[in-house]
Design a protein around this ligand. Structure first.
Ligand code: GCW
Length: 670
């Protein structure tokens, strides 16, 4: 086998009871067949039990043990209900009810998850009840996979979707579909948002057959396929002279293209678009707005209920570092806020969680709570581009929880980010969450075995935003490693600390960006300081931080009150974001009583010590799990320990040299 089953291991729970389990399933659709297959596989591994599939109720009623997959279209729930389910188990009989087939599949995965998390030894005497409706309509993964097999910001090997400009459709596609469906993901974009070369032709007859096969495998697990498109495709693919969204030949080119595409791949979900960003083409070239661009595509896709997901990651990447008024953080809001209310109903704006770019900590993008008449989807990143690239452990779900629970103060009762993206605030349904994926063709899918918790956790959180980061981690550990207590305890501790630990030895007080340019791995305090990317810390011998208040870039004012005032006032600005909003002297005193500089020293020493502790906690698990998983992960922890020290020393020495101020505890600075 060339790939791991990740959390679908189904470690044995007992094999005391060998009685067959009768599964009643009246229909034979692709999704239900997969649901039944999963039960078969799981019960065999978990309990050594066989299932028998029947279609008549009698046979089920007379059986001692059984599972009934019951479609019930009469159950009326809210919008996301077709994916919801109820489970009722007692005395060996278990009914999973759902209005839609995907709901039944999710119910099956939920049943299997709960058996493992609760360590149920005898299914026949287990009582259980659960009812769930997914929190978000769209629960999406964005893969940045290129057709040559490379992955932009990929840290787990090569693409398993593409190689040599062809699609790869094979067993691994099925395993992928099982993994993502098991955590509730219902939409995936398989190709990079930077669409170039062969990827531009993904929407042409060259790829219809493969796309169709891919889409069908995914659809059989309730997952819809989406494609990233090149805004300049009418020129590059169609041979037109322009890609102007208001030009009639361009409009009809897209319409024809969509007609053909959907006739070949009817289950397609729609397009994801990165336009006018980091060198990609877009409507600005023609003096048009992003609404002109998105709505033009929306018209073409409407007959097929296709969605246009349009990214708000639009900023000037040719900035002069001497210019202290232009602020990249402002760009998303400045570009898109004036267009609120002008987008078609099948357009969704996709907004990164922060105004910059997936740093270890950033404020929440002010478009959340700003836009009031536009469908939006939250974009997070589990690839760990800026959070250790799956060589450092960094469990991101605690961070995503903070993002979701942020109050935008948009003037509605339900004003948290989670309310907005789930559709509660403005009563809409084209919304949800997307994550930039962290997978590749490594055996373990995610490079670092513990990074599997981010893939798992993202899906679980998108499906059920009420879950805590700790509950999710606990589930993942049980399903991945089995139920040994010491593994549970140590891995949970590592995961739950890891994001803050990473923050401690990398980026102090929300400043971000002190990474090596291009690769974004490892410390380089001035790496981006005198560059064109708009990412500065403005440190000199006296102080550090970006003034984004009224005396600076004015970014703070994009927030609703009282948030704007809170950020602008240095005494009320949350300290973890102090340097994002304010330029302060190094001797500025924090609430802890420490100076900013001493805080930088202390957190960097602490963080590196914690990384060392992770290694020790891991080493105590040797012999308790498969040796190759242990060893693979051990190597990563050894590297993390050393690399955290590198971060600590480069950053501390930088500030020591700038200021000449020694560490209060006389630890080594260089
Ligand atoms: O952070 C940047 C990444 C780019 C990426 C871009 C984006 C896909 O460094 O690699 O391009 O974000 O989100 O579009």
């Amino acid at each position: 086998m060339e790939y791991s089953n990740c959390w679908l291991q189904y470690h044995s729970l007992s094999n005391a009871n060998q009685r067959e389990i009768v599964v009643l399933c009246k229909e034979k659709s692709a999704i239900l067949l997969n649901a039944v297959n999963e039960l078969d596989l799981a019960f065999h591994s978990l309990y050594g039990r066989k299932i028998t599939v029947v279609t008549e109720e009698d046979r089920y009623q007379t059986a001692k043990t059984g599972i009934y997959l019951k479609s019930d279209s009469s159950v009326s729930m809210q919008d996301n209900s077709k994916d919801g389910y109820t489970i009722t188990c007692a005395a060996g009989k278990c009914t999973i009810t759902a209005t839609g087939e995907a709901g039944l599949l999710y119910g099956v995965f939920a049943l299997l998850r709960n058996l493992q998390v609760q360590k149920v030894a005898d299914f026949d005497v287990w009582s259980f009840q659960e009812e769930k409706t997914p929190s978000n309509p769209l629960r999406m993964l964005n893969h940045w996979d290129n057709m040559d097999g490379s992955i932009e910001r990929g840290y787990s090997g090569k693409s398993f979707f593409f190689g040599k400009d062809e699609l790869l459709v094979n067993e691994r596609t099925v395993m992928y579909a099982r993994l993502v469906a098991s955590v509730g993901i219902n939409a995936v974009v398989i190709n990079n948002v930077n669409v170039k070369g062969a990827a531009t032709a993904l929407i042409s007859d060259r790829y219809y057959n493969e796309l169709h096969s891919m889409a069908e495998i995914l659809a059989a697990y309730g997952v819809q396929l989406f494609i990233s498109i090149n805004f300049a495709a009418p020129i590059e693919l169609g041979g037109l002279a322009t890609a102007d969204p208001c030009d009639s030949s361009v409009r009809s080119w897209w319409k024809k293209r969509a007609e053909e595409l959907w006739s070949k791949v009817p289950s397609l979900g729609g397009f994801l678009v990165k336009a006018d960003s980091e060198g990609r083409p877009g409507p600005f070239t023609y003096g048009r707005t992003h609404a002109d661009g998105a709505n033009m595509l929306a018209d073409a896709l409407r007959p097929f209920a296709g969605l246009v997901i349009w990214r708000c990651f639009v900023y000037n990447c040719q900035q002069d570092w001497r210019d202290t008024k232009t602020d990249r953080a402002r760009a998303g809001y400045d570009n898109f806020m004036p267009l609120d209310g002008t987008f078609a109903d099948n357009v969704i704006l996709q907004i990164k969680n922060g105004p910059m770019d997936f740093q270890v900590r950033e404020p929440i993008a002010p478009l959340f709570g700003g836009l009031k008449n536009t469908n939006i989807i939250l974009e997070v990143q589990i690839a760990q581009e800026y959070t250790g690239q799956q060589r450092h452990v960094c469990y991101l779900i605690p961070w995503f929880k903070e993002i979701l629970l942020f109050h935008t103060c948009c003037g509605k009762t339900n004003d948290q980010v989670v309310d907005i993206v789930s559709g509660r605030t403005y009563n809409n349904h084209n919304c949800g969450i997307a994550a930039v994926s962290n997978t590749g063709d490594d055996f373990n899918w995610t490079g670092h075995d513990l990074a599997g918790a981010n893939l798992y956790g993202y899906g679980r959180l998108a499906f059920d935003t009420e879950l805590s980061a700790e509950t999710i981690a606990t589930e993942w550990i049980s399903e991945t490693f089995g139920t040994k207590e010491k593994i549970q305890e140590h891995v949970l501790k590592i995961l739950m600390m890891s994001w803050r630990t990473y923050e401690k030895y990398t980026s102090p007080l929300g400043i971000g960006w002190m990474v090596k340019p291009n690769g974004h791995y490892g410390p380089d305090v001035d790496g981006y300081e005198y560059d064109r990317w708009g990412t500065y810390h403005r440190a000199d011998h006296k102080g550090i931080g970006v003034d984004r208040t009224g005396s600076g870039t004015g970014y703070y004012d994009q927030y609703n009150e009282p948030l704007a005032s809170m950020y602008a006032d240095i005494t009320s600005c949350p300290e973890e974001l102090l340097l994002f909003f304010h330029h302060v002297d190094y001797d500025y005193i924090l609430t802890s009583g420490k100076t900013v500089l001493q805080h930088i020293y202390d957190t960097h020493f602490e963080g590196a010590d914690e990384a060392e502790m992770f290694l020790e906690l891991w080493q105590q698990l040797q012999g308790m799990m498969e040796e190759d998983i242990y060893q693979r992960t051990l190597e990563r922890f050894l590297h993390q320990k050393d690399h955290a020290k590198e971060w600590r020393d480069v950053i501390n020495s930088y500030f020591y040299r700038k200021t000449g101020i020694i560490d209060q505890y006389h630890r080594p600075l260089y």
